[in-house]
Design a protein around this ligand. Sequence first.
Ligand code: 5GP
Ligand code: MG
Length: 206
Amino acid sequence: MQYIVSDFSSTVEVPETGIMREEDSVEIPGYLKDIEKILITENCIKARLRGIANEINKRYSDKDIHCVVVLSGAIVFFADLMRALSRHGFKVTYSLIKLSSYSKAKSTGKIAVEMDIGRVEGKDVVVIEDIADTGLTLDHLRNHLLNEKKAKSVKVCVLFNKMTKKTAEVNLDFIGFKVPDQFIVGYGLDFDQRYRELPFVAVLKS
Ligand code: 5GP
Ligand code: MG
């Protein structure tokens, strides 16, 4: 693990060994037998969240946004982010969308909208997603919101950007952390629907 001295005001790059703050403990609870290591501690996530809220605050002078939150993973991140935004005086509305592409730990490459949102016509939309890997999901969603849903503008906010080659060139406007090419769980991210409740981000044993 590497101690982080950054102020978390811009994207934090996470080394394969993981990051923590000086005051953090990285002991893995005994019942979590399948976890190999903690990659990002709860404190680091919290600190970076405030940084993302600051960045969004600088970009929207009218402090009025509509978030489209991608189910299921991004709800944990979004619940914390919207409260960080409220401290800047933001008015936040949101809708939830469900897309599909992943089964277990592998992307199928085909994206479908499983549960759509209501009207966002003419709104400034911020897409909230947990992680970008190939970029296919976000590319598909961005086009859907602009072309079919007629959003006024679409910006994309991801908590994690995986340092992998992007199949689809999608512009990520706000990025929490750059993460190594490993399958991660926790803070909303699952493996077969498990581990979403963990307050930290971890790598599973292979
Ligand atoms: P993309 O379409 O960018 O390849 O994949 C994005 C989706 O794949 C994310 O919304 C997420 O659900 C899933 N995903 C990608 N990488 C990971 C990972 O490391 N861990 C988990 N739990 N999900 C991932
Ligand atoms: Mg997802």
